[in-house]
Write a new protein. Sequence first.
Length: 204
Amino acid sequence: MDELEEIEVEGQTLEEAKLRAEGRLGALMEDIEFTVLQEGKSGVLGLFSRPWRVRARRKESVGERAAELVQAFFKELGAEVQPTVTRDEDHVLVAVDGDFGWFLHRRGEALDALQYLVAAAVGKKGGERIVLDAGGYRAQRRQALEKMAREVAMRVLESGQESVLEVMPASERRIIHSVIQEYPDLQSQSRGEDPHRQVVVQKR
């Protein structure tokens, strides 16, 4: 990933120096790391005064750190990737393009495992959740799950019998629950203990 920009700025006060750094870096003050290089001094009648000087560097974001870890992981496997980072309302998406069929066997279990490890390594900032994607797998899987959920919904509506779906991770169960909410006569819930929880769809 690109090196984060580092600058040195001066101001008559520490606050003024920090505000100048904020403007030059185009970042909020809480997202900048500051190091005081020189403490300011007020001279008599303006004589022998000196400004505050600080070094400022934009903090590495959760997404940037996650992207670095993903890049390093694939490099160890002999694959050069350039992750892209985007943000949604409740998560940070780190995606890599390419043919990763070899990595996505067993419904993306390896991808989910890597996502868990990366999230644990970078921690959370402001409640941001890390989501990893490779070769557009997440979007394809979401479409498949939504289609399956609608087929199950119609089957339960016609038969009146509840339907127990296969074991899924929490992220996939959320997709099923979201689709079932579109049907006022149906309800869904998760049963079982992790990592073997299943979605159950039934009539109200």
